[in-house]
Design a protein around this ligand. Sequence first.
Ligand code: ADP
Length: 393
Amino acid sequence: MKAKHGILARIWRALQRRLGAKLFLSYLAIILVGSLTLWWATQWVAPAAFERHMGAMMRAMPGMMRGMDPSHMGNFFESFRGAMNEALLWATGLSVLTAAVVSWFVTRQVVAPIQALSQASQRIAQGHYDERVAVSGDLDEGVLDELGELAWNFNRMAAQLAQVEEARRQWLADLSHEMRTPLASIRAYVEGLIDGVLPSEPQVFAQILDEVRRLQRFVDDLREVSRMEAGALQLHREEIPPQELIESLVRRFQPAYQEKGVDLHTEIAPETPALWVDRERLLQVLSNLLDNALRYTPSGGRVTLRMAPEGEKWVRIEVQDTGVGIPPEHLPHIFKRFYRVEPSRSRAHGGSGLGLTIARLLVEAHGGQIWAESPGKNRGSTFIIRLPVSKKK
Ligand code: ADP
């Protein structure tokens, strides 16, 4: 008894796990209810109705039943009931067959795509981000049903996951690559000191300190980028007159420019309105651009810091130099993290490769835009920023 119960329970559990079986069972239930209702109607409703109709017919055509034995009426009705029951049996059998065919068809149409989705999501959970499900049609053309839409969105989600995973891998590869150079150089200095190949002189320690500072700057920049990308940046906006901004930058950069022999020139259009920005953050962006301009402009060159209104809502800031320039194929990439036009030169200058990425994130956080233009190699470059003007007028 218990074993029987166990088998039934197992079958029930197996049925519960199959959508196709559930569909078939629900069709069967409907057929069963329909057949029982019909059977009940034949047994209980049909006799009275039959008598009523026969009575009416006899009244309408009195000659028709003449000579007929009334007891034959009962036989007549029994034959009718038998015919009805036979028809009902056939109808039920055919309905069950139809239900089986329909549920098989619906199962193929509905369950197969769901099974495919389930298998694909399992593969993705195991880290196979290239897994996709077949979709016949296009969501944008509006020719997909709900299951097609689900598959379409599933594929989009999988593609997004693959991208995130790729970005994560790239981050890790870039990070280890960026840290390897300063670490190798610190190691070489320290080993040289230990082996006595290098003298224990302040100059050597200063070089080690330089590398440590570079690593420190790199780590600080990294933290800044990840904070900004996580949306954790808080801007403290205030109204800043352009003149004040330029003066503060010139004060900060003039000594370094003079030392290298690069002319720092400023041009402010008199009608330039006040900016609505976070002072420290904007100074950080412009300092970065002025730093780069100085770094990539040989002595005797010139850097111009320009500010002018652009339409009613924007202020345009330009940092133009007469330096090494940027070849056009590199222009779309220089704001990406760790991107360098000439990696060895940039690293030798101590750049983290994150300066322009930070500048872009900060400008975008202000609702502005930043881009670069350059006529080509050794023909200078211009970095352009558009920022919103102050709302207080
Ligand atoms: P880095 O710290 O290496 O300077 P950035 O993000 O500040 O990194 O700049 C990315 C790259 O863009 C630099 O490596 C350099 O190749 C190029 N670049 C930036 N500013 C200039 C400029 N003013 N002139 C020429 N190239 C520039």
